[in-house]
Ligand binder design. Structure first.
Ligand code: GAR
Length: 187
């Protein structure tokens, strides 16, 4: 199998990055992680890139033309899939167009419900009976692209934000790899 060269964008803890690195070791998993990009120099997740000798790039989003630097790097490494794994910045429309259908994102809610930030607090406030996570294509609308995979669970009466986060992330570790396999499945 020819694996797709993939770049993972992160901003924080990087537990989804860690999970995808582990999955990518599998001979049959369709991606190789060739680059990790973080907009946060202190992102904990950087350690997983270092530990696994994956090239890593810190990008200062306050610098003009920072996306140009990203694009150069992605081209140099022949990246054909971008996974946003807890990347908390918004990409420009120009960037999204350039990699159309090749950027996917994981979001901690059952989209189209609870786009944007603070999803767990909003889920509790709205007294939802279920929640979960979504992997979707990235388009110009925030958290609005076509859905690839969703996984859900039912809330328990005493669930707090921290419980929802733990339960959602557990499902994310299943959903992200599953979505990637789905993308490249033949037929
Ligand atoms: C994940 O739960 C992901 O769904 C969320 O950030 C977390 C990153 O965790 N993404 C968003 O909220 C995007 N709007 P991680 O750094 O441990 O993978």
């Amino acid at each position: 199998m020819v694996k797709k060269n993939t770049c993972i964008f992160i901003s924080g803890k990087g537990s989804n990055l860690k999970n995808l690195i582990n999955k990518s070791r599998d001979y049959n998993f369709p991606i190789n992680i060739k680059l990790v990009i973080s907009n946060n120099v202190n992102a904990e997740g950087i350690k997983y890139a270092k530990k696994n000798s994956i090239p890593f790039m810190y990008i200062n989003t306050r610098v003009r033309n920072f996306e140009y630097r990203i694009i150069e790097e992605l081209k140099k490494r022949k990246i054909s899939l971008i996974c946003l794994a807890g990347y908390m910045k918004i990409l420009s429309n120009k960037f999204i167009k350039l990699f159309k259908n090749n950027i996917i994102n994981i979001h901690p809610s059952l989209l189209p419900k609870f786009k944007g930030l603070n999803t767990f607090a909003r889920v509790l406030k709205e007294k939802e009976i279920k929640t979960g996570c979504t992997v979707h294509f990235v388009n110009e609308k925030l958290d609005g692209g076509k859905i690839i995979t969703q996984k859900k669970f039912f809330l328990k009466p005493n669930d707090k934000e921290s419980d929802l986060k733990i339960k959602t992330q557990k499902l994310e570790y299943l959903a992200f790899p599953e979505a990637i396999i789905k993308l490249y499945r033949k037929g």
